[in-house]
Design a protein around this ligand. Structure first.
Ligand SMILES: Cc1ncc(COP(=O)(O)O)c(C=O)c1O
Length: 400
């Protein structure tokens, strides 16, 4: 059979679809003796399973058939009001339910944004490194990437300005994760946030603000989201229930003040899935609006803070001096660099030693930085974190 001929039956954009390193690795992590710092998984022991049984009963008693029925594309009114209320204090204004759209995971939000904005060959501006799932979503629309440099305080405004000055064609939007970024755990400094909004406003560049970790701050003051700053430009805020209740529910949201953009997203979503699961939305809403929710989020923060500390201490104790790592103030990831080591190769050694992480390379669109490691601390016990970092450190010493 002529393989070249058979492959022409696929759309051209499928050529850009690669197996994600993370998904491939998750297969290995199913094996019980592997300690995984790889996935971005929440701690399963904190999932509120018992409370959900009770909430499910409430939903069925109160909404019954409506919870089982088709619904509107924008999301059930209860969820949209909850999102608007939750975000109003953070946005420093009254967010209205009509600005919100409930989506099937924030991953779908990213897909829809690219679907309405990106033509093949268009540029999107990313932080360098950036969230791999966003790159995957944008790849499907044949985006090309321009990258702004980052430091410990997030994206560097001067680098963004320079990228925009030189860009041809001019990009369609800037995508960034301002709080406890995936993969680096870094947070965009307070003084840079308004600066970024103003730069984008001046050149009419929409901002996609992806904020799955904003609720997971362990210490220090919450910083205003970019959506806090009034602007004549377009800011699309992406939030999710995945890290505060459950990723399995796939309940997430967009806040899009610009009506024209919002309507396009709604039409794109209609074509994709008609609407997000009605039952999941009712269930999410029932838990999120109960008295259990805020204490639950506090419990998540407490546990992850402790695990971050255990991982950081283990890295200090076991890793050689060639390894540098940060101390993120929230989220689920710590970022380490192993000077002079290709961490994709290191992963092979580590897999044999039954510990895995995500090599940093995949988070750089140009795949030109090879010594980074994304280490997830939310999903392993204290004992496993210490043991896993010990194994990782031994593998690094062997590979040095
Ligand atoms: C930055 C970022 N955006 C989006 C997502 C996708 O989350 P969701 O479960 O809401 O689709 C993740 C998941 O890890 C993430 O880290």
């Amino acid at each position: 059979m002529n393989l070249a001929a058979s492959s022409t039956r696929f759309a051209r954009r499928t050529a850009r679809l690669r197996a994600s390193t993370i998904r491939e690795m998750l297969k290995v992590t199913q094996q019980p003796d592997v300690i995984s710092f790889g996935g971005g998984l929440p701690a399963p022991e904190l999932f509120p399973c018992d409370a959900m049984v009770a909430r499910m009963r409430d939903v069925m008693q109160r909404y019954g058939p409506a919870a089982m029925q088709y619904s509107v594309t924008e999301g059930i009114p209860e969820m949209r009001s909850w999102v608007a209320q939750r975000l109003s204090p953070r946005f420093g204004r009254t967010v209205t339910p009509s600005e919100t759209i409930i989506v099937n995971g924030s991953q779908q939000g990213l897909d829809l944004v690219a679907k309405i904005m990106v033509d093949p060959g268009d540029h999107v501006v990313l932080e360098n490194p950036s969230y791999l799932g966003a790159i995957q979503a944008f790849d499907a629309y044949e985006a090309r990437y321009l990258t702004a440099q980052t430091d410990e305080d997030g994206i560097i405004p001067e680098s963004l300005e320079q990228v925009l000055r030189e860009a041809a064609p001019f990009p369609k939007f800037l995508y960034l994760v301002p709080n406890f970024q995936n993969p680096t755990g870094r947070t965009l400094a307070a003084q840079r946030r308004e600066q970024i909004v103003r730069i984008c406003e001046r050149c009419d560049l929409p901002i996609v603000e992806d904020d799955p970790y904003g609720e997971l701050r362990f210490e220090g003051e919450d910083l205003p989201p970019l959506s806090f700053y009034p602007t004549n430009g377009t800011v699309i805020y992406v939030g999710t229930g995945s890290k505060v209740i459950s990723p399995g529910l796939r309940v997430a949201w967009l806040v899009i003040p610009n009506e024209e953009v919002r309507e396009k997203v709604v039409l794109a979503k209609q074509g994709a899935d008609l609407h997000s699961g009605t039952l999941a939305q009712y269930l999410f809403h029932a838990y999120a609006s109960s008295g259990d929710f805020d204490p639950h989020v506090r419990a998540i923060r407490e546990l992850y803070r402790h695990r971050r500390d255990v991982m950081h201490a283990a890295l200090q104790e076991f890793s050689p001096s060639s390894v540098s790592f940060n101390y993120p103030h929230g989220g689920m990831f710590l970022w380490a660099r192993a000077a002079g080591i290709d961490t994709a190769e290191l992963l092979e050694v580590c897999t044999r030693r039954r510990v895995v992480f995500v090599p940093g390379e995949s988070f750089y669109p140009a795949r030109d930085v090879h010594d980074g490691m994304r280490l997830n601390f939310s999903n392993q016990s204290e004992e496993n974190i210490r043991e896993g970092i010990k194994r990782l450190a031994e593998a690094i010493k062997l590979s040095s």
